[in-house]
Design a binder for this molecule. Structure first.
Ligand code: SF4
Length: 302
């Protein structure tokens, strides 16, 4: 009997590479379910890329969105019906408040919870989950990998050892299509975990990308949900109002204002094709909150 495997497809080129590889090489061994959890704040290019991968390689992807107030915890959508105005994200904010470094619940509520609920519905208990983390991102491996039965096919697990960023880039450079985004533009358009430099670049190029955090900060900046109050009390912490998404208590409005006079240069690591240039370039002004270039479940938020 085949073993059961959930394949978490985040919409980035690394997880797409992993997905097509598993589909082509491990279908005899595993019964697989490919799943993408839409936050509603993904770029349209990401949604198109997921659909293209599914059409081109032939693996079916189930698109889900969180339903924090329902027992099922998720709803099924598709490319055409997927939310594009932050609707799932807003539901999470209504329940848990604005996420930020003090309470980073968005990846958990928008991705981990619905994907886990979906996985249990499909496979009950006996399944593993494949996560698209590369060999140059080993620091992103979950400390709970064994307990949660997470596997990392691009690193180990007997699948495809040691795939790095350059190999992923080379693979996509030979494909008839690829993700039409720069390396720093993926995930939620304005993800609060990106460095300030990246956020300024994004705000400069596409101010509309910040419409959602701008609206949420206006609407929910002074809203502290009851569960957050008790959590803060437990930790003996107070909270500064209004609540904002970004580090150092910066608001979306301030980022948009600063972007007018800024012009940061950001390297597009999706277009690096030689190993030599992947030697880490340490720029202390350009440090993300978390390693890696994608919001993978069980890796970014805890
Ligand atoms: S961590 Fe960033 S990309 Fe992930 S759900 Fe939160 S805002 Fe979106």
């Amino acid at each position: 009997m085949k073993r059961k495997l959930i394949v978490s497809f985040s919409g980035g080129e690394t997880s797409a590479f992993m997905s097509q590889w598993l589909w082509q090489h491990k279908s005899q061994e595993y019964e697989m379910q490919f799943v993408f959890a839409n936050t509603g704040e993904e770029r349209e290019e990401t949604l198109e890329f997921i659909q293209q991968c599914s059409d081109y390689f032939g693996f079916p992807v189930t698109w889900i969105e969180c339903e924090p107030e329902s027992k099922t915890k998720y709803t099924i959508v598709d490319f055409f019906t997927a939310s594009r105005r932050g609707e799932p994200f807003e539901k999470v904010i209504r329940k848990y408040g604005i996420p930020n470094i003090a309470l980073p619940h968005c990846s958990r509520e928008l991705k981990e919870v619905p994907i886990t609920a979906f996985s249990k519905k499909i496979f009950r208990k006996h399944y593993s989950t494949a996560i698209g983390i590369r060999s140059d991102e080993v620091d992103r491996i979950s400390p709970y990998a064994q307990k949660k039965k997470l596997i990392y096919p691009l690193i180990s697990g007997g699948f495809h050892p040691g795939v790095n960023k350059v190999e992923v880039n080379l693979f996509w450079s030979k494909m008839p299509f690829r993700l039409r985004l720069k390396g720093y533009e993926g995930n939620c358009k304005w993800c609060w975990k990106k460095s300030l430099k990246k956020l300024l670049r994004i705000a400069k190029d596409d101010p509309a990308a910040f419409n959602f955090p701008l609206r949420m900060e206006k609407q929910f900046g002074n809203y502290i949900p009851p569960n957050r109050v008790s959590l803060l009390q437990q930790k003996g912490k107070s909270i500064a109002l209004p609540i904002t998404f970004f580090r150092n208590h910066i608001s979306a409005e301030e980022i948009l204002l600063s972007a007018r006079s800024a012009n940061p240069i950001i390297r597009d690591d999706n277009r690096i094709y030689t190993q030599q240039t992947t030697i880490p370039f340490i720029d202390f002004g350009d440090t993300d909150f978390v390693g890696g270039d994608s919001c993978e479940i069980f890796s970014d938020c805890r």
